[in-house]
Design a protein around this ligand. Structure first.
Ligand code: TYD
Length: 213
């Protein structure tokens, strides 16, 4: 499996706090001169990602397989498009994405079977670092309760499967040479931010930079 240097991904079930942590990380890196930091996310805010979000919010109805293909199409643009993940990490930026291939292997693996999820994603290289935000689905879903609309995967049975399935893929990534860390996402946002920081500090690009906070 090819690995993209300078690229880290945050993964976890719904409500595990990946989005919050990415903004905290952005805040922490704001005052450092190096490395140049690019935070990004999937589904993206491009046209394909927007279509995906409409399906997640049940505004349009799509076959699970169609959605699996859209996630892969969105990812292809995200990765290989202009100023995309590959271009930025290749020129020495630290790129951190809220979700990537593992989300598809897990969520679409459950919905459409492992074979389709794996084949649609086989062309994409692995990240250098994978942080898995681990939390009891019950607690995670409670965090989402305050939000205005619920999405198609936000229910307990599905999220239990998601948590189990992530664990099966972590070993696969480790064996492929990806640095995998399990983060206890039940801790406070500040505590989790410290854990995230210490994991990312181990990336070679962070060691090269002198001005980290
Ligand atoms: P998420 O980042 O959690 O969005 P939000 O901030 O709106 O909660 O991702 C949206 C959902 O999409 C989430 O349930 C996970 C799912 N997802 C997949 O099923 N497959 C994928 O490949 C990706 C990237 C996300």
């Amino acid at each position: 499996m090819d690995i993209i240097s300078n690229f880290a991904v945050f993964e976890g079930g719904d409500g595990s706090g990946t989005t919050t942590q990415l903004s905290l990380l952005k805040e922490r890196l704001k005052n450092s001169i190096k490395p140049v930091f690019f935070s990004t996310f999937e589904p993206t805010d491009g046209q394909i990602g927007t279509l995906i979000r409409a399906a997640l919010k049940k505004e349009i109805s799509l076959k699970p397989e169609t959605l699996a293909m859209l996630f892969a199409a969105d990812r292809n643009e995200h990765l290989y498009g202009q100023d995309g993940v590959l271009e930025r990490s290749g020129r020495g930026e630290l790129v951190v994405s809220d979700r990537y291939v593992p989300s598809s292997l897990v969520y679409q693996g459950i919905e459409c079977g492992d074979e389709l999820a794996a084949s649609l994603n086989s062309r994409f290289p692995a990240p250098e670092t994978l942080l898995f935000f681990d939390i009891e689905p019950e607690i995670a879903l409670k965090r989402l309760k305050g939000r205005p609309s619920s999405e198609i995967y936000e229910y307990r049975d599905f999220q239990e499967k998601v948590r189990e399935k992530y664990k099966t893929f972590l070993g696969m990534y480790r064996d492929a040479g990806v640095r995998v860390a399990v983060i206890d996402a039940s801790k406070t946002a500040e505590e989790v931010a410290d854990l995230v920081w210490s994991e990312l500090s181990l990336m070679p690009i962070m060691k090269k930079s002198e001005n980290t906070p």
